[in-house]
Every structure is written in C-alpha cells, then in structure tokens.
Design a binder for this molecule. Sequence first.
Ligand code: GLA
Length: 392
Amino acid sequence: MKRSALAVIVCSAAAVLAAAPARGQELAPTPPMGWNSWNTFQTRIDEHLIESTADAMIASGMRDAGYINVNLDDGWSEKQRDANGNLVGDLKRFPSGMKALGDYLHARGFKFGLYNCAGTLTCAGYPGARDHEFQDAKTYASWGVDYLKLDWCHTEGMKAPEAYKKMHEALVASGRPIIFSICEWGNSKPWTWASGIGQLWRTTGDIASCWDCKKRWQTGWKVLLDQQIPLAKYAGPGHWNDPDMLEVGNRGMTLAEWRSHFSLWCILAAPLIAGNDVRNMTKETHDILTNHEVIALDQDPLGREGTRFRADAGGEVWFKELSDGQWAVCLLNPTAASAQMTLNWKDLTFLNGGKYLVRDLWVAKDLGDTDANYSGEIASHDVALFRLTPAK
Ligand code: GLA
C-alpha cells in the first residue's frame, strides 16, 4: 500500500473515533424523560402504585409526550439480600416480582428504572451495591431493567469516580443497555469526570417543592437553577447535567412557579423526570407537563444546555441554542410582585443582530418578528417563553 493511501485510512479512522460517542452515550441522545416515585411517595411504593401510575401516564398522554422511563426510587427491595447475596424485590409490596413489573411496563411501551446506592446501604437503609456491583447488574439485566439511578449514601471511604466507573463496567458487562444516572449530589464535580461513565449526573443536593426555601438537605428550584449557570458547557448528547427531578404538580408552589420551573428545566436541557402523583393530577399540571412545544426545547437534537444571559431590574433572561439556527428565550420575573416586562431583542447579543420570528410558547401564539419589542405583564415568579426561528 502506498504511504498516502495508508495516511488516508489512518486519518479517516481517527476521524471516526473522534466522532464516535463515548461508550453508552447513545443511550440518551436527548435528556431522559420519565417519572420517579421519590418526590411524592418516598418509600411508600408497591406494584399497584407503579402499574396504576404507568396506566395513568398512558391515559393522560404523558407516555406519548415522551415520559417513557418509569423509575422506582429508594425502598423497592427486601431489607436483606438472599442467601446467595442477590437483591430481591420486597416480597409483600411487589408480590409478582421485579421481572413481572418490568414485563408490565415493557408491554405498555415504557422502560423500567430502579434505584440503589453505591455504598453499603441506600439512604433509606436497604441493601446497597458496594462489592455487589457485577452481581447486581446481572440481576437487573435478568429483570429487564433499562435505567439505574445510583445514589451516594453510606459510602464512607469511597471515591465517586471509581465507584461509579465500577458500576458502569458492571452494567456494560451485563450485556443490557442500561441508562446510568449518577447521583452523588454534585459533591465531586461529576461534570468533570462522569461523561462516558453515566448518561446523566446530579449537579446538586435534593430539590424541595418550593421556589427558594431550604429544608434540611433540600432546596427550592430557583436556588438549584442559579447553581447551573457555570455548568452549561459540560452537557451534551449522551451526557447531561441533572439538577434533580421535577416538582411540577406538587404542593408548595404556585401555578406560576410550576410553569417557570418546567420552562427553565427545559432551557437547561435537564432530564425531565416527573415527580408528581400522575394518577391524580389537575388539568393545569397536565397541561404544563405535556406541552409539546416546551418539551421540544428540552429535547432539541442539538443537545445544548442553556444558561442565563442577564439578570437585572428588568428580570432574568435565559437562553438556549436550538438546532437549525433557532433559539429559546425565557424571561423570568423573580420578584414578589407582578411586573410589566420588556424585551428588546436587539439587546440579545447571541442573536448577532439577526431577524427572527417569535412564538410565545405558553400562550401558543406567533407574535411577529424581532423588530418589535416584546412587552407583557408577567406575574411574580412566572415566565414568558419564546422560540425564535430565523426569518427568511
Ligand atoms: C437521596 C437522593 C434522592 C432520593 C433519596 C432516596 O436523597 O438524592 O433523589 O433518591 O436519596 O432515599
């Protein structure tokens, strides 16, 4: 072979390698969507709850809006491993067994998610994964598990990068594609090491269902939101920052706060994991969670995480780059009073002076183009959310 031909082959192999996603990244080309039991039910979970939730997700249109992962959080297992060291689903609360629960979900077009901890016990005191990683991954694969959230309680003396890498290797060895959700609360800056190990990693402690309250280890979503500002550059297809699950529909917030929480999680390209009781949700909650134009911002194939452009007396402006030269812009009123707010599109330097058509997503109305300022009354803690499309 001539030297030049060899050089071409070597160069194209290098180009393919550079373009190929790290192992497992294809499991989450856009941020994972689904439901998780923790925010509403904590450890009060059983097979009837999970199955009726899945049924309600179908009836309400949530599954078809993209919420396909049904994830059990802490409290699904027996308090002890069996005589062979295997994890066992709680026999009283899941009498049909975990495999049957997975089958129920799969038959209805869902993926099946489970939870554990990297340490010796879970946060609620159930058996943890430490020293059982490969055995557990095999068990999960045999049950048809598609998604594993691995938490960080009871991990004395452990190092997060090593612990999560070990479970990643165990999941790969199981032979089943399993989304791996890293949950060490942002302690060791997982955005700097977890890409290629998990598809998403928590960047914060736990969310509380409120605007900016503090309750022991939980914090309101506005505080978590502001913590994401420097992290946008670390996210992308297959490797997402996770500012924790949604509290839309849960007590402690106004309708405006649910709407802005959801809007800004979409601007962040955050995983959209609903945490409400979907069997008993109001129309308002349903309409937020299933707004396909807002979800489309989160799920945009370019996979960019948005961030804050400015915060001043005129409110906060958040933005996210979308595919095909489009942009999402979110105007947030963080004050305690309703305010008349104005956006002069020319001030948004990321638009580079271009002309765009403007659609108001919550009002579901085309507003014209960026030659005209936007001006509107925005309630306390509410948003106006826009998609901008290049004008021809
Ligand atoms: C931690 C996690 C939560 C939840 C609970 C379960 O606090 O961060 O998301 O999984 O544990 O015990």
